[in-house]
Design a protein. Structure first.
Length: 197
């Protein structure tokens, strides 16, 4: 766990000055948005080998979103760890968010869909780094239900993520071949913190 904390701190320290510098010189990156994302993670819900059962764990997750001056790209990095009886290894994620802007425009910002290319690094005995493709759905619950109750409540939302590992040691199917369709499902709440804007 100490090693995970060191890596998370290093990523935060490396990314923060770059974001501040970019804001001052080009205004491409805007002020970061810090988000707590408590929720769940389910593995082996789809395309699991025969005899495997899906496993769901609580997922403690924190993300920093780096908005930009263009509507079709944002940066993101964060950390997560699963807890419970079948706890997973802690990890960090980093990459981009590519919103499908017409969806957000058509729904008045209540529904968001994005394609997120991410690097994911996990720690521990089976740790490593992999490229993950993510399909993300977000629902602006706070905007619809709590619009006059302050930034934390009005900014709250729900998320549902479909994460498919694309590179790295892929899981195997019943025949021992690489299983290129065994996504991990993540879901929960987006709770913006009261600083960073």
């Amino acid at each position: 766990m100490r090693r995970f904390v060191k890596y998370a701190a290093a990523v935060t320290l490396l990314a923060a000055p770059a974001a501040v510098s970019a804001q001052e010189s080009t205004s491409f990156f805007k002020a970061p948005v810090f988000v707590l994302q408590p929720g769940g993670v389910t593995v082996d819900a789809l395309s699991a080998p025969d005899g495997s059962e899906s496993v769901t764990m609580f997922n403690a997750r924190f993300a920093t979103v780096l908005p930009t001056s263009v509507p079709w790209f944002q940066g993101v990095f964060g950390a997560q760890v699963q807890t419970g009886g079948n706890a997973g290894t802690p990890g960090i994620f980093y990459g981009g968010i590519i919103p499908i802007v017409p969806v957000s425009t058509a729904t008045g910002g209540n529904l968001g869909i994005s394609l997120d290319p991410l690097g994911v690094t996990t720690f521990g005995g089976t740790g490593g780094t992999a490229f993950v493709g993510e399909l993300a759905f977000s629902l602006a619950l706070g905007k619809m239900m709590f619009s006059g109750m302050g930034p934390m409540w009005s900014g709250m939302g729900a998320y549902f993520l479909i994460d498919q590992q694309i590179s790295g040691p892929l899981p195997r199917d019943d025949n021992g071949d690489a299983d290129r369709w065994r996504p991990v499902l993540l879901y929960g709440l987006n709770i913006p913190l009261g600083f960073g804007k």
